[in-house]
Design a protein around this ligand. Sequence first.
Ligand code: NDP
Length: 452
Amino acid sequence: MTVTVVNPATEETIATLASAGVEETDAAVARARAAFPAWRAVSPADRGRLLRRLATLVEEHHEELARIESTNVGKPIAGARAEVAMVADVFHFYAGAVDKRHGETIPVAGGVDMTFREPLGVVGLIVPWNFPLNISSWKLGPALACGNTVVLKPAELTPLSALRLAELALDAGLPEGVVNVVVGKGSVVGQRLVEHPDVAKIGFTGSTEVGRNVMQGAAGTIKRVTLELGGKSANVIFADADLERAAAAAPYAVFDNAGQDCCARSRILVEKSAYDRFAELLVEATRNVKVGDPADDSTEMGPLVSAGHRETVASFVDADTRTLFTGDTPDGNGYWYPCTLVEARNDDRVAREEVFGPVAALIPFDDDADAIRIANDTPYGLSGSIWTRDGARALRVARALDTGVLSINSNSSVRVSTPFGGFKQSGFGRELGLHALDGYSEVKNVFYSTEG
Ligand code: NDP
């Protein structure tokens, strides 16, 4: 069995790899298990040093890693460079965090009570194809910092950057067996990791549907899980906002990474009194999104990841759709799909389901209460934005939205040092920042009697 890796912009095969099965997965878990006692015993300062060396190697291989990611995912090279820079920052951050996680002493009668944060053991990390290296680092950083060993399963479509990162981890001096990458099908390798009795935790990013399976599969061994799942985030534009700025930014909050972004603000909610003006500005801004060759420094949007995924995205736009704007795409090979703006109601399929492509739905609202009602009327709760010049309103609405990551007068969701994760069916647990360390360690309470 082999995995054929394709460049989505050219449809050319760029690698053919052996596809792992249950046996290879078990072997990787066994390697990780064997490496665990020595890795957890590495002194915090030394573990930090090794992670910092890995961060530095990522920086030194910045262009190489960015090109691998751009060619494998079809993402514009400028975006891929920014992602690799973040990967290095993530390892720097967790290198610094290793020796700053302290236990507590708790006042009790008859002795001293103290807590320790223990590593879990072998953790399985399952990541999707949209940000392969970035999302791998969000899990690897805290997992390794806490003293766990890992088996990382990249998506079959995009395994190349994870394989290269594992080589860099060895070059950095991380011992053999600490970072293991297994390339193979989710239904085989992923499923085995979820059910394996020697895997203590699964850090999963992917669709809500597969996340549900992961949770069910993990129940058999009461495995810990962190789930970062889908989203259908709202970009809420009030009439008192800086409409020009909001409209100029809105396309990139959906069309970045060709819309294949769990944080995509794919529902653009606009206050009725500003709707026509905003729609006009948004169409103009979307017309300017530069779609084309991912290798070109100025390209802003590349193709979708696969032919199958393009079919799924296209199914959201049909003869009944009220289309406001459709952009251009390059001719020839590649899984291209144009930037598309549609007008919708919140109960239309395009506003309810995650498209995971460059399709944004404009939805009008009446007032604050209506905006909050519509924004929350979704099974998801990952991200979102609020645009207004009224600071009190911004905070009032932010507190009322059932979503894990919000920005005000901005569309950014992700920072190395701040927690990232969802409410409702967007999952649970937090990645990034110091919060992520909670998901990769267990609290141990020890009482020491001072009597007798
Ligand atoms: P999938 O859920 O299909 O796949 C995610 C990962 O799970 C892949 O590595 C896949 O392997 C693996 N997998 C598939 N089936 C199983 C299984 N039965 N058991 C264990 N693992 C399995 O998602 P996509 O790759 O299609 O990614 C897109 C989805 O990810 C979107 O819904 C998006 O919202 C979400 N996402 C969420 C993010 C977040 O942080 N909240 C960030 C990025 C994406 P393989 O593909 O090799 O079969």
